[in-house]
Design a binder for this molecule. Structure first.
Ligand code: HEC
Ligand code: HEC
Length: 403
């Protein structure tokens, strides 16, 4: 069974993807444009992506994925990705030598941490949970609710040097650069990735960002069904769940649609990155729509009261392995996430965060609540778990190179 609303690939954001592809000089274009059932098994590589900066790097893009946007001053190369991988997994990037990026971003958990709130290298608790890095190359902005942070290179500085809260706890750029210059095994890696340059913070950021852009996930059983046309790749229950996901009753696809299963995407040659943020009625602590501080979402950056509780819709790819859920890990299971949407916003009866989320005056019109039968719940969960991309979670090229 193929859902009525889906005839030629990922819905919703895909429409924009195809539009974008039409305006490029690309000869290939996203493979999801192929009619269902056609053999879309070939990877759309960089050669037909039409972007010169990708030329030195062989993207292994899944069918249906557009070419990622790459900054002109940091073109992708295999050498940078490899160096970035070493840095990402290196605990010498923390002041006390105990933490690396990978401490909070574990491959087996789609580069999340499995904790509701992250804990930094000095034991400080972060107000929010670490986020999946699957397809972060396509993220229009970064972190849970920051409308202006749109560069992976710049973002990398936050965990390194940030002190509210401390993550890697580095104190000095000069010390970090000196430390890496003194590690002999790094010399050839830097030389290959940045010929003629001494190891610098800028090079570190660029290499880490390149590694992050290589973290592409799009080969789940769901993709084998939808794009490659492998009918038996997912269960009939999962197919029904995907159809429900795309209905005007359940509304999920509005915010979690498209190849990345989030509406918050950008890609090469796209004029208008989508930087949408939504209040899902997760809290309502004062009856006027407030979320508990400091997790007020975009409001904490802009100071605009209308931005209260607005967060980026996270990707649903690999969602099975990224519990607990929401920006603060306050929902333990996927089934309970469905209860939150079915109720049109969560009610917390007493204690911390108490309030009636469904009455949040600032919540999105797409979170209105719905009646969900137990069979529909089972179907939606089957669909969500069909997005688990085992190859991504286990592939050696994303794993710890120091092991
Ligand atoms: C202490 C745990 C911790 C460490 C160490 C850490 N992160 Fe994170 N990461 C987080 C948390 C928490 C968030 C969400 C931040 C927020 O919303 O304020 C996050 C968010 C991100 C995001 C945004 C993802 C998205 O989809 O928007 C990126 C990218 C990222 N981290 C990369 C890195 C890199 C690169 C390093 C190493 C230099 C690193 N992180 C180290 C916890 C950590
Ligand atoms: C109005 C936009 C919107 C709609 C509609 C929507 N979501 Fe979400 N979703 C979000 C946002 C924003 C978050 C993060 C909210 C937060 O942390 O406060 C989220 C979080 C989630 C999470 C947790 C992700 C994680 O990494 O923690 C899941 C699972 C999820 N949504 C599934 C669904 C399903 C299933 C539906 C349909 C029943 C749905 N969503 C409808 C915007 C939306």
């Amino acid at each position: 069974m193929r859902p009525r609303s889906v005839s030629s690939g990922y819905v919703s954001v895909l429409a924009v993807v195809l539009l974008g592809a039409c305006t490029t000089s690309s000869s290939g274009g996203p493979a999801a444009a192929l009619p269902p059932g056609s053999t879309a098994g070939e990877d759309s590589g960089a050669s037909d992506a039409g972007v010169s900066e990708a030329a030195t790097y062989a993207w292994q893009l899944p069918p249906g994925f557009p070419a990622p946007r790459v900054p002109e001053d940091n073109p992708m190369t295999a050498a940078k990705v490899e160096l970035g991988r070493r840095l990402f997994y290196d605990t010498r990037l923390s002041e006390n030598g105990t933490y690396s990026c990978a401490t909070c971003h574990l491959q087996a958990l789609a580069f999340t941490e499995g904790k509701g709130r992250a804990v930094g290298s000095t034991g400080q608790v972060h107000p929010r949970g670490s986020m999946s890095l699957a397809n972060v190359a396509y993220a229009a902005t970064l972190t849970w609710g920051h409308p202006f942070l749109d560069s992976l290179e710049r973002q990398a500085q936050l965990p390194m040097f940030g002190d509210t809260p401390v993550e890697l706890g580095l104190r000095s750029q000069a010390e970090l650069e000196q430390r890496l210059r003194e590690i002999p095994e790094y010399a050839p890696w830097f030389a290959e990735a940045f010929p003629g340059e001494a190891p610098s913070l800028l090079a570190i950021e660029r290499a880490i960002a390149s590694f992050e852009r290589s973290l592409i996930s799009g080969r789940a059983p769901f993709d084998r069904w939808l794009v490659a046309g492998e009918d038996g790749a997912i269960s009939e229950s999962a197919k029904r769940g995907y159809a429900l996901f795309n209905t005007e009753t359940f509304e999920c696809y509005h915010c979690h649609g498209g190849f990345a299963f989030t509406d918050h995407v950008v890609y090469a040659d796209e004029a208008f990155p989508q930087t949408l943020f939504h209040n899902t009625g997760l809290y309502n602590v004062d009856g006027q729509g407030s979320f508990p501080a400091p997790n007020t979402g975009v409001e904490s950056v802009t100071g605009n009261p209308a931005d209260m509780g607005r967060f980026k819709a996270p990707t649903l790819r690999n969602i099975e392995v990224t519990a607990p859920y929401m920006h603060d890990g306050s929902i333990a299971t996927l089934s309970e996430v469905l209860d939150h949407y079915a109720a049109g916003g969560r009610t917390i009866a007493a204690g911390e965060g108490a309030g009636v989320g469904s009455a949040n005056p600032l919540k999105s019109n797409f979170v209105r609540g719905f009646r969900m039968t137990e069979a529909e719940r089972v179907d939606l969960l089957a669909f969500l778990t069909s997005l688990t991309d085992v190859e991504f979670l286990t592939s050696p090229e994303h794993s710890d190179p120091w092991q």
